[in-house]
Write a protein that binds this ligand. Structure first.
Ligand code: PXG
Length: 294
């Protein structure tokens, strides 16, 4: 049996069986809240500052007052991991609007709730990192930025879930989501990169994808290692005809794509640039981050 998880709710740690929220929490009633998914490796939290900063930016954008300072939030994440005695794993950090009345008005909610779960995650089987994922295009579009900014990592994931359902129904692991103009935005939980003739391409954030932290790490690594990287609007054509195709995300890390809408990518095996970036990324995750136990 696995150990009982200690969950942080509003400043207290409790057993997972006792970790409960009110049915009047607007996070549940309306998806009103924000979240982060954070990885830690070998007792160090990867890109912690970037995740905490993005959480506060998401909250600011939806006019949600986070009841903790940056420093206290950081410490709460650390405490939760320590309480579970984990070295490698995944943190799900949520700030919900809190308990309110029925009706949309968020300002009737007295105080936002902070929930921190530290656990394990394995998004894809190890063999997928060697063989590559099967990916399809989803009919579900990313919402226009004027509807809901893709930079807000909100508790409202129905759009992505609808797309994920399409991908799973089609027998694929992931789904490409397009924006209203038909340009590639991102996958349901990962950002997109392709390689063509030695150059790396990724859609700009304005195409409708999340401003992914792993995406930024990949971009920095590419630059540092001397690869040419361009942020450019991409269509399905550029994905179909790519030499290499890979995804980035906190949970997925860097993962190759082998097949897209039935088209084999390259020779069907992860390409050389993808493999090198996977290796560089792994090295970074294993050697950097904020120490949890010191
Ligand atoms: N796009 C979307 C829509 C996401 O939700 C990413 C891209 C990648 O961003 P980061 O900053 O993680 O590189 C995400 C992040 C999950 C899960 O439980 C999803 C994400 C992160 C962690 C876990 O499926 N999505």
């Amino acid at each position: 049996m696995s150990k009982v998880l200690q969950i942080h709710i509003d400043g207290k740690l409790c057993d997972e069986a006792d970790a409960k929220v009110s049915v009047f929490d607007h996070g549940l009633l309306y998806g009103d809240g924000v979240f982060e998914g954070i990885r830690f490796y070998r007792g160090r939290v990867f890109k912690l500052r970037a995740h905490i900063d993005r959480l506060f930016d998401s909250a600011k954008a939806i006019q949600l007052e986070v009841p903790l300072s940056h420093a206290k939030m950081t410490e709460a994440v650390m405490e939760t991991i320590r309480a579970n005695e984990l070295q490698d794993g995944y943190v799900r950090l949520l700030v919900t609007r809190g308990v309110g009345s029925l009706g949309l008005n968020p300002f009737q909610c007295k105080q936002a709730s902070v929930i921190i779960i530290a656990s394990k995650i394995a998004l894809y089987d190890e063999e997928k990192y060697q063989q590559g994922l099967t990916v399809v295009t989803c009919g579900t579009r990313r919402p226009a930025p004027a509807a809901l900014s893709p930079s807000v990592k909100s508790l409202n994931y129905l759009n992505n879930i609808m797309a994920k359902i399409e991908a799973i129904n089609a027998g694929a692991e992931e789904g490409v989501m397009l924006n209203e103009q038909g340009f590639v935005a991102e996958c349901t939980g990962d950002n997109i990169f392709v390689v063509k003739e030695g150059k790396i391409y990724t859609p700009p954030v304005t195409a409708g994808g999340l401003n992914g932290i792993t995406r930024r790490v990949v971009m920095e690594l590419a630059e540092e290692k001397g690869f040419e990287l361009l942020e450019q609007d991409l269509t399905r054509y550029e994905l179909y005809t790519a030499d290499e195709f890979f995804l980035s995300g906190t949970a997925a890390e860097v993962v190759p794509v082998a097949s897209y809408d039935g088209r084999t990518i390259g020779n069907g095996q992860p390409g050389p640039i993808t493999l090198r970036l996977m290796e560089f990324f792994r090295e970074l995750t294993q050697t950097t981050g904020v120490p949890i136990y010191e």
